[in-house]
Write a protein that binds this ligand. Structure first.
Ligand SMILES: O=C(CO)COP(=O)(O)O
Length: 148
């Protein structure tokens, strides 16, 4: 099945993400990429032959759109090059997106070295498929059944 993969980069890391994607382009050829607005535009311009959907810009709801996709089991991996040196006006959205990826066992790389580790794993696709649509309900059954 086609993998849906989220790609997001904060402004100072957009070039790095585009360079990273250039290195690993072949691995994304059969996948559908979902990116936040500006990241998506940068990547679409540089890689017109890849299947890239640009959502809303991050601060305008793009991170939340990706989070929603994760909650619906519609995203199998995330590459999110964050900028740890620049305060983000939508920091709550950034944290929510990372939290949901963790919650739903979506592999998420927040820097280039981790992205390299993920994408170079020969079992990358297999593991993404294994966790496709993973629901955390089992793990958090106590929470879901808590007494109110
Ligand atoms: O802010 C972002 C992620 O938190 C990225 O948004 P853009 O890709 O629209 O710049």
């Amino acid at each position: 099945m086609t993998l849906s993969i989220g790609l997001v980069a904060h402004d100072r890391r957009k070039r790095e993400m585009a360079d990273w994607l250039a290195t690993h382009k072949a691995q994304f050829a059969g996948s559908r990429i979902f990116a936040t607005g500006t990241t998506g535009r940068v990547l679409q311009e540089r890689f017109p032959d890849l299947d890239i959907v640009a959502l809303k810009s991050g601060p305008f709801g793009g991170d939340q759109q990706l989070g929603s996709m994760i909650a619906h089991g519609e995203l199998q991996a995330m590459f999110f090059f964050t900028d740890p040196m620049t305060p983000q006006p939508h920091d709550v959205d950034v944290r929510a997106l990372i939290r949901l990826a963790n919650m739903y066992e979506v592999p998420i790389a927040c820097n280039r070295s981790t992205a390299d580790l993920l994408i170079s794993n020969p079992k990358f696709e297999e593991i993404c498929e294994e966790y496709r649509g993973h629901s955390p309900e089992q793990v958090f059954a106590d929470y879901q059944n808590r007494k109110l």
